[in-house]
Design a protein around this ligand. Structure first.
Ligand code: UGA
Length: 430
């Protein structure tokens, strides 16, 4: 099939490369000429394992990138994979996706026959049918349900495993009220369904939009719930990881996303929980559970720092921060728990020495005043305390390196380090 994707961000580029790998002819449209050139030269504009190989294999053949919207005219279906940034109050700003829908609609004036437009971006229920569809219809001169069809197909890719998540999905959610769009989307995903047997959820547009928020909201709340329970465990000297291992055996609970500690960051859980909470309030509903999930998450860094305070006054002392990215496998520091941890250390007058295998350059933009080192050993050397923020493999492997600290106080936010004689160890929830 011939597919166009508007937007070459983390989602757009990943799905473009994966659709090409599934045997489709794909064109990826983006306003940024530099990103377009990067993709066309077979390289990935983002750090995502497996993406470079896919682009190297398919760029210039099954996959091309362009800044020219006219490329959509040769395709049957367009996916909108554009950013929906957060406003101050947490609600999403749809101006970028609306502008793209306008340009796409104007372009489609020149197309004879049907076209399917599918929202890939995470949007609040009704955005596709009540905001985007009227823009597309007016700009294209086409008629919704006749020669123009809209759909919503949320993505469940995780940063760091996006390619694997796409090629081996838990589910494929297809939301539309149009039989033509449903058939087109089934054709798009057919190779993947045939190969993986992934279940297809055929549903309505608003349901598909909500499934994405429900998925992220549920997982974020699950982590916050195990953090809530973990905080109680800590008060009793109970190991929250032993508790989680046991309850995870109950298949109504399941073992995944039960790692208690510093909590969630990144661009998705914080943004999506904030957006759906703001949307709920706008509808007159108080989303108490999601509010509490956010509140618990916001408090975990302060709990980590209060454990540190029990053992050492860090004013004018060197303190190592181990890990800066919001999770291992990415250089993304958006909403990383490292940020409030560093702020808390600065408020205590500590000299912060930070280590991360890939995220230091990003964090330097936010905290230019702290010291960044190239190895965990360099961070630990002569430090009075170490705070574990991200469980990168090179951090979980640390052991003898703690002996070079001036006082070996290790406060672990990710259950990365083993307790042993010779270090003063505090786990956040164990
Ligand atoms: C998340 C979802 O997992 C994806 O399904 C979704 O597609 C994506 O958001 C999105 O909306 O684009 P991502 O933000 O990449 O993916 O990261 P996750 O692997 O889900 O981790 C989120 C945060 O939760 C991390 O900070 C991680 O450290 C934390 N976490 C996760 C825990 O604290 N404990 C756990 O047990 C699991």
């Amino acid at each position: 099939m011939r597919i166009s994707i508007i937007g070459s961000g983390y989602v757009g580029t990943t799905i473009a490369a994966c659709f090409a790998d599934m045997g489709h002819e794909v064109v990826n449209v983006d306003v940024d000429a530099e990103i377009v050139n990067t993709i066309n030269s077979g390289r990935s504009p983002i750090h995502e394992p497996g993406l470079d190989e896919l682009l190297e294999n398919h760029s210039g053949e099954a996959l091309t990138a362009t800044t020219d919207y006219d490329a959509v005219l040769d395709t049957e279906v367009t996916f909108l994979a554009l950013p929906t940034p957060a406003r101050e109050d947490g609600s999403i700003d749809t101006s970028i996706i609306e502008a793209a829908a306008e340009t796409l609609g104007e372009t489609l004036q020149a197309k004879d026959g049907d076209h399917v437009v599918t929202t890939k971006s995470t949007v609040i229920p009704t955005t596709t049918s009540e905001t985007l569809a009227p823009i597309l219809e007016a700009a294209s001169g086409k008629t919704l349900g006749e020669d123009l069809h809209v759909a919503m197909n949320p993505e469940f890719l995780r940063e760091g495993t996006a390619v694997d998540d796409f090629l081996d999905p838990d589910k494929i959610v297809l939301g539309t009220d149009s039989d033509a769009a449903r058939k087109t989307l089934h054709d798009v995903f057919e190779p993947l369904i045939a190969e993986t047997g992934a279940p297809v959820v055929d549903t309505g547009i608003e349901e598909a939009e909500m499934i994405k928020y429900a998925n992220n909201g549920f997982l974020a709340a699950k982590v916050s719930l195990i953090n809530d329970i973990g905080n109680i465990c800590k008060e009793y000297g109970v190991d929250a990881y032993e508790v989680a291992d046991a309850i995870g055996l109950d298949d109504r609970i399941s073992a995944r996303f039960l790692r208690s500690g510093l909590g969630w960051g990144g661009s998705c859980f914080p943004k999506d929980t904030a957006a759906i909470r703001a949307a709920a309030r706008e509808q007159g509903y108080e989303p108490l559970m999601l509010d509490a999930a956010t509140e618990i998450n916001d408090r975990q860094p302060a709990r980590l720092l209060s454990l540190l305070d029990r053992h050492v006054d860090v004013a004018d002392e060197r303190v190592a921060v181990l890990g800066l990215s919001f999770k291992p496998g990415t250089d993304d520091i958006r909403n990383s728990r490292a940020i409030p941890v560093i702020e808390g250390l600065q408020a205590r007058g500590a000299t912060v020495v930070a280590y991360d295998p890939v995220a230091a350059d990003n964090m330097r933009k936010q905290f230019p005043e702290i010291e960044y080192v190239d190895s965990p050993e360099a961070a630990l050397d002569s430090a009075s305390a170490a705070l574990v923020v991200t469980d990168w493999p090179e951090i979980t492997a640390l052991d003898a390196e703690f002996d070079a600290m001036s006082t070996p106080v290790v406060v672990d936010g990710r259950r990365a380090i083993d307790r042993r004689d010779g270090i003063v160890y505090e786990g956040l929830t164990w």
